[in-house]
Design a binder for this molecule. Structure first.
Ligand SMILES: Nc1nc2c(ncn2[C@@H]2O[C@H](COP(=O)(O)OP(=O)(O)OP(=O)(O)O)[C@@H](O)[C@H]2O)c(=O)[nH]1
Ligand SMILES: [Mg+2]
Length: 689
């Protein structure tokens, strides 16, 4: 591939609700510009973008692919993101490194939930965007209606830059208001606008010119004086109002039928900023905050936005050069890890392909294989001039499963496999939960987890079983409790004797161990053994098998035997006395309480509130914006384990939520009783085995 310098590069993400045709539009971009010889199909698993085994199986995108589209001396790095909400992490990563976004709208469905989510993240990254009314060939395609549904949602005014030339089966191509020409099919040749569209086109162009005139004062003056703008001025003004976010231009296309393709690519090149024109990156440098315009002559700053793990290729690191130039084989400094990395096989990705490159200029996107310590979110730079670029915020996990290996052989590979899977995905993580002794894998939803489990199987040949995760309850006490225990084994052989009197009480600290021993009944030398016995019991729990915390233990008396007393006897006596004391001390279970924010269209608010009631939720307040209500509540984790799925069915996929841990609270007695009962049953079953 040719070498492209900054001003000839565009970085553009395709975002939208699932199935609105992003992958096919990307496929059409490549085919029409001659990068591929035939147009792949999502259904056949033959697109450049959806190349992963799981994507082919499911016939949809699961991760962001890079499709470099070479057209008119420019290279547009098209980032095709997945639309399914479970994979929003991929959208965030892609938008982080884009300078513009195409928001695709299915001409039949209009605005959908996924559109709103994508829109929200475009706002987060302050990206200029195009709306593309796509699939214009569909049976019930309706340009006006689809456009109106987006306008109703968008606070920013939408202005058509193209009109559809026909609709449904008669969709022929686009009528371009910038050039005032009609373009059939992919749009290679300009034609006169057909007579029946002339009036509509004139009217729409006037609206467009009026909007463009707001681009700057000189344009406004010119427009007032002459009543019009030249094509050159129109473009200049439009570019300005799109970048400032004052207007959003609207385009039409049919990716699968390769219609409207070249006019859209032209608009991307002309209206979206090159990396040099986009707002400069802000980095932390040796002298504090630093502004880095995309320029080859600036200090080197490379941001890692994606990592993939492959058993054959190894690790592949996707990056964007924000400033400076990256050369093959260069040694770069990873600021986050304080380590040097070699850019051994520098390349430009095109789907699964890696096209070797000698040099990548400021603003470009590339890959490098087999870096040793670098992970997503890291900055690579010059060792003598360390810089750190900011990492975006990813949503917290919403869905958890407990996992176990299928076989003994899988058990050994579980940790490295989970580590590699999570390295690929910023919204996937895992940990060992000490309270339940389960290995937990957490992500954005059931499909997200399902894909991860399958990747483990197909990519790394590791079989994983998933189970409902246990809630990490904690045990505690609510008042003082007193007990004594005598451990005595004095029949035959060496005897054991130990007697402990102790008191437990609630504590602010995790665990406190003290004594109030007076006189000579019990030697202080046995205290460590007693402490050890109690610590072990606290780990295992007393009433329901969960770790106990916030307890203070005071040993105040005891008895020993001159021959038979030994540490192990006091370990046992301490343990048993502790258990008895806890029973006197009002033992309770504590459960994690989560802060939850649920966003739904207003109409669903009643349903959400009453559902929260059944989940022991406490609503703390509501906020309302643009037809959507945000419900803020505290809900026990135990009631939220499958909420992603339940919210989806409650709202027809129109609701989203976020959740984070807040604090522990006492489990209500009737629920605690059930948990304790279940634990007793489990222990009894274990004994029988
Ligand atoms: N009629 C028609 N169908 C299309 C068009 N583009 C895509 N499709 C079909 O719509 C379905 C989804 O297309 P994709 O390109 O995979 O959509 P996507 O937006 O990438 O979907 P996700 O990857 O799930 O987000 C497939 O069955 C395509 O064949 C189009 O322009 N017209
Ligand atoms: Mg796709």
């Amino acid at each position: 591939m040719k070498e492209y310098t900054t001003e000839f590069i565009r970085n553009v993400a395709l975002v939208s609700h699932g199935s609105s045709g992003k992958t096919m539009l990307g496929e059409a971009f490549l085919h029409v510009t001659g990068a591929t010889t035939r147009l792949g199909k999502v259904e056949d698993g033959t697109t450049v973008s959806d190349f992963e085994e799981e994507e082919i199986r499911r016939k949809l995108s699961l991760s962001t692919s890079v499709l470099p589209v070479e057209y008119r001396n420019h290279k547009i790095n098209v980032l095709d993101t997945p639309g399914y909400t479970d994979f929003v992490g991929e959208v965030i990563s892609a938008l982080r490194v884009s300078d513009g976004a195409l928001v695709l709208i299915d001409s039949v469905a209009g605005l959908e939930v996924g559109t709103e989510i994508a829109w929200h993240y475009c706002d987060v990254f302050k990206l200029p965007r195009f709306v593309v009314i796509n699939k214009m060939d569909r049976d019930n395609a309706d340009f006006k209606k689809a456009l109106a549904s987006v306008q109703e949602f968008s606070p920013v005014r939408l202005i058509p830059v193209q009109l559809p030339w026909g609709e449904k089966a008669a969709f022929k191509g686009v009528i371009d208001l910038l050039t005032m020409k009609a373009y059939a099919n992919e749009g290679r040749t300009a034609e006169e606008i057909p007579a029946e569209y002339k009036a509509a086109a004139e009217e729409a162009r006037t609206v467009l010119i009026e909007a463009a005139a707001e681009g700057d004062d000189a344009l406004m003056e010119k427009y007032f004086e002459s009543g019009s703008l030249s094509d050159e001025e129109l473009l200049r003004g439009l570019k300005a109002v799109i970048r400032s976010g004052a207007y959003i231009p609207v385009f039409v296309a049919s990716g699968a039928h390769e219609k409207g393709i070249l006019p859209l690519l032209d608009a991307i090149i002309r209206l979206f900023p090159s990396p040099a024109e986009a707002p400069a990156a802000i980095a932390q440098g040796p002298n504090g905050e630093e502004t880095l315009p995309a320029s080859d002559s600036g200090p080197l700053a490379v941001y890692v936005w994606k990592t993939t793990a492959d058993p054959f290729v190894g690790k592949l690191t996707y990056f964007r050069v924000y400033s400076g130039v990256v050369e093959a084989d260069a040694r770069l400094w990873n600021t986050n890890k304080s380590a040097e990395e070699r850019m051994a096989s520098l390349a430009v990705p095109r789907g699964k392909e890696s096209i070797p490159q000698k040099v990548l200029h400021a603003g470009d996107i590339g890959t490098v294989a087999k870096l040793s310590v670098t992970s997503t979110g890291d900055t690579l730079c010059d060792k003598n001039y360390p810089l750190t670029l900011p990492k975006p915020q990813y949503p917290n996990a919403l869905y958890r499963v407990a996992i176990a290996p299928k076989t003994q052989a899988d058990a050994a590979k579980i940790t490295p496999t989970l580590t590699r899977l999570c390295e690929e995905d910023m919204t996937l993580s895992w940990y060992n939960e000490p309270a339940t002794l389960q290995t937990i894998l957490q992500g954005m939803g059931d499909q997200h987890i399902d894909v991860a489990i399958r990747r483990a199987e197909t990519k790394f040949q590791v079989g994983l079983l998933t189970m409902e995760p246990k809630v990490p309850y904690r045990e505690g006490i609510t008042k003082k409790g007193d007990a004594m225990y005598r451990h005595k084994k004095q029949t035959g052989g060496a005897g054991q004797f130990g007697e402990v009197w102790l008191r437990v009480e609630p504590s602010e600290q995790e665990y406190e161990f003290t004594d109030e021993l007076v006189g000579m009944n019990l030697s202080r030398s046995y205290l460590p053994a007693i402490d050890k016995g109690i610590r072990a019991t606290m780990q295992q729990g007393v009433i329901a098998g969960f770790p106990m915390s916030n307890v203070k233990v005071v040993v105040y008396d005891g008895k020993e035997h001159p021959v038979d007393s030994k540490p192990v006897a006091f370990e046992i006596a301490g343990r048993e006395a502790f258990k008895l004391a806890v029973q006197q001390a009002g033992p309770v279970l504590f459960e994690p309480i989560m802060n939850v924010r649920i966003t739904v269209p207003d109409a669903y608010m009643g349903d959400i509130m009453s559902d929260l009631n059944t989940r022991r939720g406490r609503v703390q307040g509501t906020e309302s914006e643009r037809g959507r209500t945000v419900v803020i509540a505290q809900v026990p984790l135990a009631e939220m384990l499958r909420y992603t799925t339940q919210l989806r069915s409650l709202t027809g996929g129109r609701g989203v939520f976020t959740m984070e841990f807040d604090h522990y609270e006492i489990v209500p007695p009737h629920i605690a009783a059930e948990i304790i009962e279940a634990h007793k049953k489990e222990m009894a079953e274990k004994k029988e085995e």
